[in-house]
Design a binder for this molecule. Structure first.
Ligand SMILES: Nc1ncnc2c1ncn2[C@@H]1O[C@H](COP(=O)(O)OP(=O)(O)O)[C@@H](O)[C@H]1O
Ligand SMILES: [Mg+2]
Length: 445
């Protein structure tokens, strides 16, 4: 999420629609906007002699822009979901849609001051200002279901305070259903795929993310689990000001993690090695994982070289069978055993048996590519993404057979979301990491 560091960059204040009717109205306008765009584009294509396809019509940049614009006005769960999809399926979605969904990450609006006052008054009592030496009225960051303010308490504690938009919790179920409906009409979700379990998991996860008291507990859990790690900082909870819709914590200084892209290779390598080691500990040692690898959840302190970890709303317990599935995959990969990798991938639910039976050669080809990359001498170079194209091509070829479509269990998907997001960050930073050594060490955890 964009940090409003640029003084000229005035935040866009717009009241968050919180009533049910207001939110439905947002979706109505979205549908009308997309529909209108569709007609216009259809007419243009017909006029130029092209036969329009439904999915092309829906995915014009204009429509995608409208979709993103509406989702960001709606905020709440719809926006969080948009972020999830763009991050997870970024490599698979049509480029226009991926781009504009990604825009959601930087495109939030803020509560106007009166609405903020209302929310805080209800949470802290109307005299809350007397408890602060200073409360910066202008948010330092926009979040998906809230906004973050910096404040100093009477006794001098410097806090970051995440304030949730009103109405978020009540709208989660409807928002998830609405986004699913939008994806379906866009042709991105084939009817063959049973996404009901996934939608249920998304609703549950979003409900948990909207409970800031729970997030505070998870943050303290990580604070304790990582207390021995001098290289990372996790904010500490401020219980006095935390409620279910206000999360108060120590303010932690830092720069956006992407700013590291300009840092020396060794710095990028060290930071990513540290981060990947933590992900492996979450999976194999802690049994809990922060599953939201949005880049804005990581920051960097140039002076101390420390990595800042933020946002523990998406923390989940890792099921023992999920950890075991990854253990088997890693062991098979380290052993360069193609058949064992294939079996482990099927057992984990990454691959359906139909795909293996019908497209065995392609599947084996993909595994070979991965094994070859994994076992090249030297550290793994995340910046060298040449092989991803091959994998995508083969994956798409398999995916063209709808019978082979297969959805991994939700628990695996959430875990995988963290792993792919971490790899994406490593790729963005073009880091080189000795992944084999980390994996070998992790298997002894
Ligand atoms: N403790 C903190 N110290 C400094 N900045 C913070 C802190 N917590 C959050 N922020 C800022 O607010 C942004 C959004 O917070 P985050 O918890 O990630 O919200 P969300 O759950 O909506 O993603 C972060 O990316 C960061 O810029
Ligand atoms: Mg976040």
């Amino acid at each position: 999420m964009a940090v409003m560091s640029n003084k000229n960059d005035e935040p866009r204040y717009r009241a968050v629609p919180s009533g049910r009717a207001a939110r439905l109205g947002q979706f109505g306008r979205l549908a009308a906007g997309v529909g209108g765009g569709m007609l216009a584009e259809g007419a243009r294509r017909l006029a130029t002699g092209e036969v329009p396809r439904m999915s092309d019509l829906l995915l014009t940049p204009g429509n995608v822009g409208r979709l993103a614009e509406r989702l960001s006005n709606l905020r709440g769960a719809a926006m969080k979901l948009g972020q999830m999809i763009s991050m997870d399926a970024g490599d698979l979605l049509p480029r226009e849609l991926a781009q504009v969904l990604a825009r959601l990450r930087d495109n939030a609006h803020h509560m106007p001051p009166q609405q903020l006052q209302q929310v805080l008054g209800a949470q802290w009592g109307t005299d809350w200002r007397t408890r602060f030496r200073q409360f910066e009225p202008r948010p330092i960051a926009a979040a998906s279901i809230g906004q973050v303010h910096r404040a100093t308490t009477r006794d001098g504690r410097l806090l970051a305070i995440k304030v949730q938009y009103p109405g978020v919790r009540e709208s989660i179920d409807a928002d998830v259903d609405n986004v699913a409906a939008l994806l379906r009409i866009s042709g991105l979700l084939p009817k063959e795929l049973d996404i009901a379990p996934l939608l249920a998991a998304a609703k549950q996860q979003l409900a948990e993310e909207a409970d800031y008291a729970r997030e505070g507990e998870q943050m303290m859990l990580f604070h304790r689990l990582l207390a021995d790690n001098q290289g990372v900082v996790v904010p500490s909870l401020d219980k006095e000001f935390t409620t279910s819709s206000v999360l108060a914590m120590s303010f932690v200084d830092g720069q956006p993690i992407e700013s590291l892209a300009q840092a020396p290779q060794a710095t990028r390598d060290t930071v990513m090695t540290k981060l990947i080691a933590i992900v492996l500990r979450e999976l194999f040692e802690f049994g809990v994982m922060q599953t939201d690898p949005n880049f804005a959840n990581y920051r960097f302190q140039p002076d101390s070289g420390r990595l800042v970890l933020l946002d523990f709303g998406a923390t989940r317990a890792v099921a023992p069978e999920t950890a075991l599935a990854y253990r088997r995959l890693l062991a098979a990969g380290l052993g360069e055993d193609r058949m064992a990798v294939r079996d482990a991938a099927v057992a984990a639910g990454f691959l359906g048996q139909v795909a293996v039976d019908g497209h065995g050669e392609r599947v084996d080809g993909m595994i070979d590519v991965i094994l070859q990359e994994m076992h090249r001498p030297g550290p793994f170079d995340f910046g060298d993404r040449g092989f991803v194209g091959t994998l995508r091509e083969q994956g798409m070829a398999i995916a063209s057979d709808k019978a082979a479509w297969h959805l991994p269990p939700a628990d695996i998907l959430f875990t995988q979301r963290k792993i792919s997001g971490t790899a994406l960050l490593a790729a963005r930073l073009e880091a080189r990491v000795d992944v084999r050594a980390l994996a070998r060490a992790a298997l002894t955890l």
